[in-house]
Design a protein around this ligand. Structure first.
Ligand code: 4NP
Length: 156
């Protein structure tokens, strides 16, 4: 079993979408060896359902987000073998929290074919303060990276 945790800031936009997209694609392909969850680096929205704008954007693409926000914890570094952050701030925080444990830490767009292997994957930007277009852009970015992530998981 491969266990993947997606991490963003509030755990109400980017990482719940990534979790829902991975679950959707894995189920469609009949893959039973990948489990996923998401969490945030900040506590501001703990317990809340995902942002309505993110949920309606995903639903427009046929993807249902069902997640209540939680904060990333120390025990996540033992439970998951891959933790995927959305921006450089998340990656720094995850590096601090890992405390030497062997979990793999990767940035979301490293799995996007446009950026794969060049070592400079851009951030998935925080859509929280912008308009609906930002949510659609977040969807396109994460959607474009999910298949690359799945291929890597089933190969390794
Ligand atoms: P997320 O977006 O990290 O993709 O869930 C955000 C949601 C809320 C906040 C920041 C980012 N906030 O500052 O409340």
């Amino acid at each position: 079993m491969r266990r993947v945790l997606f991490v963003c800031t509030g755990n109400i936009c980017r990482s719940p979408l990534a979790e829902a997209l991975l679950r959707d694609r894995v189920e469609r392909r009949g893959i039973t060896t990948i489990e996923t969850d998401s969490a945030g680096t900040h506590a501001d929205h703990m317990g809340e359902p995902s942002d309505q704008r993110m949920r309606s954007t995903a639903l427009g693409h046929g993807v249902t987000i069902e997640h209540n926000a939680r904060r990333v914890t120390s025990s996540d570094f033992a439970r998951f073998d891959l933790i995927v952050g959305m921006d450089d701030g998340h990656m720094r925080r995850l590096e601090q929290m890992r405390d030497g444990r062997p979990v793999e830490l990767r940035k979301m767009l490293e799995y996007h074919p446009t950026y794969a292997g060049d070592g400079h994957a851009p951030d998935v930007p925080d859509p929280w303060y912008g308009g609906m277009r930002g949510f659609e852009e977040v969807y396109e970015m994460i959607d474009g990276a999910i298949d690359g992530l799945i291929e890597e998981l089933i190969e390794s």
